[in-house]
Design a protein around this ligand. Sequence first.
Ligand code: B12
Ligand code: SF4
Length: 545
Amino acid sequence: MQDKRDNKTSSILIIYTGRPRSLVNLYPDNGLANLAASLIKNGHTTKILDFGTVETIRLMVPRIISLWLKRIYVHREKLWRKLWRNIQLFCIDQILSFFRKRFEHKISHDILNIIQTEKIDFVGFKLFTGNGFRSAVSISRRIKQSFPDVKIFAGGPAIDGGRKYIYNLCECFDALNYGYGEETIVMLAEFVQGRRKLEEIPNLIFKKAGKIITTPRKWTKNLDNMPFPVYDENVYLSMKGNQKVKVIVFDDSRGCNNKCAFCYHPWKGGNFIRTKTAKRIVDEMESMITKYGISSFRFAGSNPPPKLIESIADEIIERGLKVSYFFMTRADFWDEERFRKIKRSGALSIFFGIESGSQYLLDKINKNYTVDLIKRTVMSAKKAGIFVIGSFIFPLPFENKATLEETLTLIRELKFDSYIILPPFVEPGSDWANNPEKYNIEILINRVKLIKSWLYFDPINPPCLLPLVYKIDGKNVRQIFNERNNFVKILIKEGIFRSAGESDALLSYKVGLSPEELSHLLNPLFFSGDYVAISQILKRLNKPL
Ligand code: B12
Ligand code: SF4
């Protein structure tokens, strides 16, 4: 008789982040594509169920509601209508929550069916915070009730921040993966086969005899050894047709050797940088072009070294590849020559984490560069013809009238092509959360409640619905959001504000529009859930070069 331990496992990997609200919610998930690659390389079978699709929009927003939302969008600026608009939005929200629940019921049903018919051994959830978190938890509960023997694991940003506190909210997960999961998932499959104990698996949190156990962290040392991510249609089911935006998020580097006070990235990725080699990266790009016909890339690294990007550019130019790409970086260690080269190789847009124009505040958040350096770098990128997105946090702790003026002066001088103006979020894992008193931040609730509110928090809620969980400089969350909104209003009034996103910057040329025009075209469609128009645009955006 064959031992269960010899049988390879069969699994499904699930991601559901609620109704897609913008193009980035339709990107394929590189984390799950990596996990699938590791499982398949080790002989296991797996399928990815990614519900970030146009079909999800269709099922969640009835046509009549979509038309109603479109009307509200058109009249959104009229002040006298604000109250009336909010009443309508509230009613629509109630109706849509019925359709959301119906949709979630349907996907739970489909998942249970797959588990039964395909004899699934384990299910893996990728969890973001916000919209999809609550639903993913309730789907997991249903799976546990119907199939108590099927193991359920979870990983992703919600776990990185929530860690062991996730068990305060839900007991249905057999183990949680923090950090990265390529090696962990294979060992979890071996655990399911009965060949390994959970205690032996790194990067894990699980409950045993009422005690929560966290196993030590292990970093993947050589990123070049990881298998190429898998986006095959028979594995990544929603890659079929035009349900997703055909952009590959590229795992170029992990970690960051800075420690900005607000940032969670070094906590997730490590306070040191590891990179793939330029050769491996461009090999992977070539393989994505030949296998899937996709040549638009979004680098995943939070802070890839400029030297690496330059070597990638050299390699792309040498091989004569036709690609376009976008990446995030700090505004330092760059010069115009480098920018020109990467532009030639296909870099269309760069996101700079600027945060503030005040040196005093930059020092307070440990940003570790000067306003002068920001100016030099951003000017050089603009001269090289790259679409530059500047990301700011407003109001930062210790913000005052003078610092506000300094940031405005910087913005007026640099005139970014687009802006992201975020209010300050106190994310678990950041120094703001770990040492709030250093930053004049007062956390008003205990850790369990704070994590809970973070896990369920949806930033698209209007300020009046925001949970009042912390104060910064004595201001509550609603006041902070209002200050941020007033800051944006100043930029709009001065005619400087632009709000094209990374995907607009990366893809707009495919439909002959500027990034801003594409953003203006798409915003009302996503706001109103107009899946017909979104599908038509996706078809054009997804055409190979
Ligand atoms: C690149 C990026 C994107 C890409 C790719 C998404 C992704 N892979 O997560 C795109 C552009 C699509 C994106 C979109 C969004 N993003 Co983003 N993104 C990032 C960024 C910069 C890197 C993520 C990445 O690629 N990491 C590398 C891959 C390999 O890791 P991974 O995806 O986490 O997957 C690994 C592990 O988590 C684990 N794992 C994951 N799932 C599972 C499941 C199981 C069972 C197991 C065992 C393991 C496991 O194993 C995977 C492989 O190692 C991070 C910040 C950061 N540095 O982490 C923000 C970040 C993840 N994004 C964030 C946000 C808010 C978003 C959006 C919600 C933004 C929006 N406006 O809608 C959307 C949501 C996407 C969606 N599907 O709807 C937040 C998450 C906040 C949160 N707590 O949920 C982060 C942390 C940034 C931040 N500090 O605010 N993002
Ligand atoms: S904000 Fe950027 S540079 Fe600062 S720690 Fe985070 S990833 Fe690193």
